[in-house]
Design a protein around this ligand. Structure first.
Ligand SMILES: *[C@@H]1O[C@H](CO)[C@@H](O)[C@H](O)[C@H]1NC(C)=O
Ligand SMILES: *[C@@H]1O[C@H](CO)[C@@H](O)[C@H](O)[C@H]1NC(C)=O
Ligand SMILES: [Cu+2]
Length: 168
């Protein structure tokens, strides 16, 4: 094969592997336990810090785990969140193990409806953003564990192949 064809082949191969990598990262749905691993749905966890360390995409779930004697979960709008009011709530949960599906892009607001708990910080704002379709080189910001690792593995292989083929 002439060098041009080899190059073209290498590029095509790299493109395919890169596409696979993006697809794996983008479609990895994740289930999060609110506050975990260092906290839960309680009076001590810093939820702003917890959400800041994660990226939520449509298809992900968040689960509120707590003692139903001590807390509940009320989904509210922004006004309710800001005012710690569950009067105009979207929905309310009280099973102690409430799974909430993050189905679409947008912001979701939850608080504990027990007196004083929200005012003490027991409220969480979750921004659900579109799965990244940007360049493969973008840092994997989801906590999709194995899938991201697999994706990075494919990337490394791609680069190694590209390097070995172009020095023929
Ligand atoms: C989210 O929860 C639903 C209902 O419990 C479940 O069917 C689905 O598999 C969960 N998704 C993830 C990513 O865990
Ligand atoms: C949710 O709102 C309804 C009215 O729409 C109200 O009756 C109910 O008490 C509220 N739930 C909570 C937990 O505040
Ligand atoms: Cu509470």
């Amino acid at each position: 094969m002439e060098i041009r064809r080899r190059r073209a082949l290498a590029m095509a191969l790299a493109a395919v592997l890169a596409a696979v990598t993006v697809a794996r990262v983008a479609t990895a749905a994740t289930s999060y336990t609110v506050g975990a691993p260092d906290g839960l749905w309680d009076m001590h966890t810093d939820y702003a810090e917890w959400v800041a360390a994660r990226t939520f995409h449509p298809g992900d779930n968040i689960t509120f785990t707590y003692s139903r004697e001590l807390h509940d979960v009320v989904e509210v709008g922004k006004a309710g969140y800001d005012a710690c009011s569950s009067a105009n709530n979207v929905s309310a949960f009280r099973s102690g193990n409430d799974v909430v599906a993050l189905t679409t892009v947008g912001t979701r607001y939850f608080l504990c409806g027990l007196t004083g708990h929200c005012d003490s910080g027991m409220k969480i704002r979750v921004d659900v953003v579109a799965a990244s379709t940007g360049p493969v080189a973008a840092p994997p910001t989801t906590s999709a564990g194995g899938n991201v690792v697999a994706g990075l593995g494919a990337l490394v292989v791609t680069h190694a192949l590209l390097a070995s083929i172009s020095v023929w």
